[in-house]
Design a protein around this ligand. Sequence first.
Ligand code: GAR
Length: 206
Amino acid sequence: MKRVAILISGSGSNMVALAEHMLAGTVARPVLVLSNVPGAGGLAKAEALGIPTAVVDHRDFAGDRAAFEAALINTVDHSAPDAICLAGFMRILTPKFIGHYEGRMLNIHPSLLPKYKGLHTHDRAIEAGDAEAGCSVHEVTADLDGGPVLGQARVPVLAKDGPEDLAARVLPMEHRLYPMVLERFLAGDRSRIDLSSSLSINDVSP
Ligand code: GAR
């Protein structure tokens, strides 16, 4: 049974999708949900699923990123994970941290990478007039949001969409994609998965 640690900062809906998928199967188990934000909504959800939780609050380290990351590594390594999933973990990690877990760490990002690395991805897709948006699961390397893409899911952008509409259309696809990619990754399979939402741009009147 593979051991998976999940790092979150917020509501943890991707963490729940990953954990429920693992708990329903026999391949992997979630062994830790760690948040850098005390009181993050995902912590209570993890506890409800019976998963050990931890908080490493970046604010306790007063700008000392090396000390924050050392504490993160200490806590994560204590759970002896085979893989680490970043799931809405909103701290930038240094090459030192990433190097420690290289080849074992995945991230989900709410854009069709390599488009829109960083923040405000849905605003930027709408602003650019893109016909499609989506999400990507990639291996984490020292290149921010730039590691090899292992899966993408696409949704249409509709004429009246605001960023919240788009986020609401992309998020359920994140929940489908991430567990599928994780399962393959744990089996040593890095072949790419591509999903499209069943909603076609032609099905919807603007
Ligand atoms: C998700 O949409 C995820 O793709 C995004 O944060 C959200 C977390 O939601 N991640 C990033 O923007 C990473 N740069 P969740 O806490 O409900 O899973």
